[in-house]
Write a protein that binds this ligand. Structure first.
Ligand SMILES: [Zn+2]
Length: 331
């Protein structure tokens, strides 16, 4: 029997990420353990033998060191910095353990399937401290990633293609997204899977806001949240494109026009109006009117049109299908 204080939490969270009940795990262990043993493992009342541990690691798709807290590590400082409120120690430990398990398994699957992709930060060394810098960073990223200057139909698919690993999972209610690095090499974005808490437009914006946390070098005395919001906004709808659409200076922007841009570019009306102020297209006075008279009265932007493309993830599923296909051929 191997005593290991990390095992109960590691096992419970691995099971949670995989979406397995205790019965599912018993079935996959092919008779090696009972449900009662699993329950006792998770409460720390019993420890598994080596052969049980080996089998568990195999079916869960990780290496044994994971269970000893010696597997992939996520950057806790980065995770803390991206949360909108101070996570409790428990929340932080739970989230980082879940993430580390998921990332380790994902990268192992990528390597096995030949679908592995290294991530390079095209913005490395670029300090961003104001909206002009954020625009430069977003423009450069669009260029390096060959995105062009038009709408991005799916942000999540774009990020996945470029090597950002994205997980949609349960998060504390107030948190829409988090991000961190695993083993200093793999960028991870976690998005809340709570449907009532978010919209497609918010998911797009949140993913890019988190990308900002991951890629931008922001000096400590600068408001990082604001910069990441600005970066997300100008990446979704580049200023040069917005100028072509509505001009460089306007006395007013109408709701119909804002709805049209919202539905084409997948930005919320609120984000659009923010951007129009940041780019000095409209005055602070007109911006205040928008927020007080229009946006604040319809926070959920109901009736203002919907962005027609869904935001879904596909890469992890594809990789897992490749592995399944290959192992079925071997049989
Ligand atoms: Zn943030």
């Amino acid at each position: 029997m191997i005593k290991n204080p990390h095992f109960p939490l590691k096992l419970r969270l691995a099971r949670k990420v995989l979406g397995w009940s205790m019965d599912d795990l018993v079935e996959r262990m092919e008779g090696m353990v009972s449900k009662q043993s699993i329950s006792r493992y998770e409460r720390g009342q019993m420890h598994p033998k080596m052969d049980v541990l080996e089998k568990m690691a195999e079916i869960m798709g990780v290496e044994i060191p994971y269970f000893f807290d010696q597997g992939m590590k996520t950057d806790a400082v980065c995770l803390r910095r991206t949360a909108v409120y101070e996570l409790t120690t428990n929340e932080e430990e739970e989230i980082s353990t879940r993430l580390a398990f998921w990332a380790e398994r994902y990268v192992a699957m990528e390597q096995k399937s030949g679908f592995f992709r290294e991530f390079k930060n095209p913005l490395k060394g670029m300090t961003v401290e104001n909206v002009e810098d954020a625009i430069r960073a977003a423009d450069l990223l669009r260029r390096v990633w060959n995105v062009g200057d038009g709408p991005i139909c799916s942000v999540l698919r774009l990020l996945e293609r470029k090597g950002v690993r994205i997980l949609q999972t349960e998060l504390p209610h107030e948190i829409l997204g988090l991000s961190t690095w695993a083993d200093e090499a793999y960028p991870l974005i976690v998005l809340s899977d709570c449907k009532e808490n978010t919209t497609v437009e918010r998911t797009r914006f949140t993913a890019l806001h988190e990308l900002g946390h991951l890629l931008l070098e922001i000096p400590e005395d600068v408001d990082e949240e604001r910069i990441c919001n600005q970066f997300a906004g100008v990446f979704l709808l580049p200023p040069s494109t917005l100028f072509e659409e509505i001009g460089k200076q306007r006395d007013e922007i109408g709701l119909k026009e804002a709805m049209d841009l919202h539905m084409l570019y997948g930005v919320s009306v609120a984000a659009l109006i923010h951007q129009a102020l940041d780019l000095k297209i409209i005055t602070r006075e007109h911006y205040n009117w928008w927020f007080e008279e229009v946006i604040r009265k319809n926070r959920k932007e109901e009736g203002w049109g919907t962005y027609p493309f869904p935001e879904t993830l596909a890469r992890e599923m594809r990789i897992s299908d490749i592995i399944k296909g290959a192992s079925e051929k071997d049989k």
